[in-house]
Design a protein around this ligand. Sequence first.
Ligand code: ADP
Ligand code: MG
Length: 238
Amino acid sequence: MELEASQVTVRFGGIRAVEDVSLRLGRQEIIGLIGPNGAGKTTLVNALSGFQKPRSGQIRLAGDDVTGWSPDAMARHGVVRTFQAVRLFQGLTVAENVETALLSTGADRSAARAHARDILAYLHLSERADTPANGLNYGDERRVGIARALAMEPKFLLLDEPAAGLNIGEAQELGQTIARIPNDFGCGILVIEHNMALVRDLCERLHVLATGMTLVEGTPAEVMAEPAFINAYLGAEA
Ligand SMILES: Nc1ncnc2c1ncn2[C@@H]1O[C@H](COP(=O)(O)OP(=O)(O)O)[C@@H](O)[C@H]1O
Ligand SMILES: [Mg+2]
């Protein structure tokens, strides 16, 4: 079973945000989606998760054409994403934020309460369970975003810059947690991430976008040896 973008194009007025991009994500793998700012990474994730209807091309889930499905329909069928800017219910506690996600999948209240505690423990958030969401530091806030996504029982989890703003130690710890998710939760992961050391350790394959187009794809070693990658990526970082 796969989640697939096939020759997807998204335009905003004259801007070619994503142009003719094809990408596949399997159930047990972690792939990295990388590229300079403005390359189209978030737009592609939006297209894969129902937040953006492509102008042309298809989104397929387990071979079925799901192009144009709503974010809600995609989530109910297992395609769940996080946002660059975490969206939590600020007035609720950490545990309540996760419970809310569980209730939305049809869990009853007591099951949601128990399961939320399990997910929080998995993400090393047990000590924060009763903290109001608006009192969290940045790293914890990002982990709660992932906890909420895991509560949706994803088959495919799309993470938009989960380590942005974390220090190196926090990012490595988060990377270790993300690395275990496919096996523990049975879902494939696509991760947008700028930290190349993290991406190299975490991902089996990388897909590099530049100005909306696929620049190169392959294993981390293959991608990092590509002159086109080195020029585009390091050029934009400078
Ligand atoms: N809703 C939108 N309206 C207009 N332009 C957009 C919109 N979303 C993204 N863009 C543009 O599309 C391009 C790709 O953006 P984005 O997918 O956010 O890139 P990335 O996530 O790789 O930084 C950029 O030029 C951005 O300005
Ligand atoms: Mg982005």
